[in-house]
Design a binder for this molecule. Structure first.
Ligand code: ADA
Length: 565
């Protein structure tokens, strides 16, 4: 399943979910060898190759192969929702797309494909090294494979490429800027008409002449009297249907359907304000990780995660530390879960930020995250660069550049980053929301309430005065089933104690705009690098549920503070 709603009615879309041929590569093979190679595995797509008993810890390159049958001559567009972490895509031997980063989508087009049988090859690489500035040995696992869905679309020369929907409220009435990119892939100029509908509202963009092999962006502000707002309590969604016409034809040549909601977000007077009302985020940091599927989540497990969070009374999730699967965001839209979506970077030192690919790879993931996910009303905060070198002048330049890039694309959401630098932080002034990762009673003995007050004071002194503040990470390890009346570190009892004291402190501090527990579920960590030495079982065990989603003792503590208080 690609999304939770149908994104096209005119354009034909096929989901390429299934089993694909696969072979690992030693790295010495030339592309010419691929056709003659043996493909000894049939792996699930979406899926992670680590789910196969012979590939449990395989890191390197591999080729996925899929045979495609086309009944009539057509132009095709393939959309890969996520390949971990580098992909090169070939159609009948011709390169059609290349992409780095597991957590954002990319497309490749093939024009004028004849009827018959064709071959799609995807060379996937999850290796670490200088070429990869963001995927590196870390406190989560970089899996290998085609981890999110693949769509095959039949397209004509004229297409609707994307839409950006930005709602605003004026004198109590909703309006929205709707910006649509249309493309002409033919060698001649074409005049087209773009029209949209949203329930009883008609959105007329008028006509435009598209240059040959060119694109045009049409932007208009529309008024939507009488629509309902989207909120956590009433997450009302609307389908925005866009259709493209050529003159003298009532049948659209292409379409795009997006699901949108009407809501505003501001960082105002020290609070996060959604539709004019103050909100306090109570929720979790969550890695997309599960022992049964790795990072390739089926809908059922996404639903289960959100059901468990709801059972504990959470209203928010942070997509630590990368953009999430669109279907998870669709679910958050439907359920009124408030989302902090984050770009992909965790704990990079200044030296790692000096990787020659860092700036470009961050710019790409920021652009793709915003362009691909901006229409989700559930996303109320964009985050960047978790726990990187924001305590240095050189690091600050990266934070400033990335905030500027994101603001250049989307001014409708506040921006933040999670800092662990305490009073050495240099970037609070750049963000709209101050967020701090502190682990009182786990990595130190401090009292959570006193530390939180101290953090507010540092933030005030360091450029964050008047900005909302979120406790973006806190918690401690608890090994599922490890119980002891000694309550020593690592027991479920001790973890529950840590959650109890932290939540008691944060829920009673009205200046806080959020508290996000580290973390929702236990997750696998990389076996290379320093992490296995620091993480028993090569697992970060701070989950409130274990990796199989079995509740630990802390579950009922969280439930008490989020749901019952
Ligand atoms: C950090 C980091 C998380 C995780 C956590 C921990 O704050 O942002 O990814 O590593 O610490 O468990 O120590």
């Amino acid at each position: 399943m690609l999304r939770l709603f149908q994104t096209h009615r005119v354009r034909q879309v096929a989901d390429l979910e299934g089993t694909w041929d696969f072979t690992p590569l030693t790295g010495d093979e030339a592309f010419a060898d691929f056709a003659a190679m043996r493909y000894p595995y049939r792996l699930a797509v979406p899926g992670c190759w680590e789910m196969h008993p012979e590939l449990l810890t395989y890191r390197g390159k591999g080729v996925y192969r899929k045979t495609i049958h086309i009944a009539r001559p057509a132009s095709l567009q393939f959309e890969f929702k996520g390949v971990s972490h580098t992909a090169a895509v070939f159609f009948d031997g011709e390169p059609i797309a290349q992409h780095y980063n597991a957590y954002t989508a990319f497309k490749g087009k093939v024009r004028n494909v004849c009827a018959g049988t064709h071959e799609l090859l995807v060379v996937v690489d999850n290796s670490f090294g200088e070429a990869s500035a963001l995927h590196l040995p870390n406190d989560y696992y970089t899996y290998g494979g085609i981890i999110r869905p693949v769509a095959m679309e039949t397209i004509g020369d004229l297409t609707i490429e994307d839409v950006a929907f930005t709602p605003a409220q004026l004198d109590g009435e909703w309006q929205a800027d709707v910006s649509v990119k249309v493309a002409n892939d033919s060698a001649r100029e074409v005049t087209v008409r773009l029209h949209g509908t949203m329930e009883r509202h008609s959105l007329d963009f008028g006509s435009v002449t598209l240059p040959s092999n060119g694109t045009v962006r049409l932007t208009k502000t529309f008024h939507f009297p009488g629509v309902d707002s989207w909120s956590a309590e009433h997450p009302r969604l609307y389908e925005l249907v866009l259709e493209l016409f050529v003159p003298d034809s009532a049948d659209p040549v292409d379409d795009l359907i997006e699901r949108v909601g009407f809501r505003t977000v501001e960082a105002l007077d020290g609070h996060i304000v959604v539709n004019g009302s103050k909100v306090v985020l109570k929720g979790f940091n969550r890695h997309e990780d599960h022992p049964l599927v790795g990072a390739a989540f089926p809908l059922s497990l996404m639903v289960q995660d959100l059901d468990l969070m709801a059972d504990m009374g959470a209203n928010a999730v942070r997509t630590s530390h990368y953009p999430n699967d669109e279907r998870f965001l669709d679910l958050c839209d439907e359920r009124g879960i408030l989302v902090w979506e984050e770009n992909h970077a965790r704990g990079l030192s200044l030296e790692q930020m000096r990787n020659p690919n860092f700036i470009r790879q961050c710019a790409d993931v920021n652009r793709e995250m915003v362009e691909q996910h901006r229409n989700h009303p559930s996303i109320i905060v964009w985050g960047i660069l978790n726990e990187c070198a924001s305590d240095t002048e050189e690091g600050r330049e990266h934070y400033a550049r990335q905030f500027e890039q994101i603001r250049g694309m989307d001014r409708s959401r506040p921006l933040t980053f999670a800092s662990h630098h305490r009073e050495r932080e240099k970037c609070f002034d750049l963000a709209d929301i101050v967020s701090v990762n502190l682990y009182p009673q786990w990595y130190g003995d401090e009292d959570p309430g006193q530390l939180c007050d101290a953090a507010r004071a540092w933030a005030d002194d360091l450029g964050g005065r008047g900005k909302p503040m979120i406790m973006s990470e806190f918690g401690g390890d608890g090994f599922y089933g490890h119980r002891s009346p000694t309550r020593v570190k690592g027991t479920e009892e001790r973890q529950a104690d840590i959650l109890e004291s932290n939540l008691a402190a944060y829920t009673s501090r009205p200046y806080l705009s959020g508290m996000l527990i580290w973390q929702f579920c236990d997750c696998r960590v990389t076996e290379e690098g320093p992490w296995p030495m620091w993480r028993a079982q090569t697992r970060n065990s701070k989950g409130i549920v274990d990796s199989y989603r079995r509740p630990k003792l802390a579950y009922s503590v969280v439930r008490k503070y989020f749901k019952e208080k």
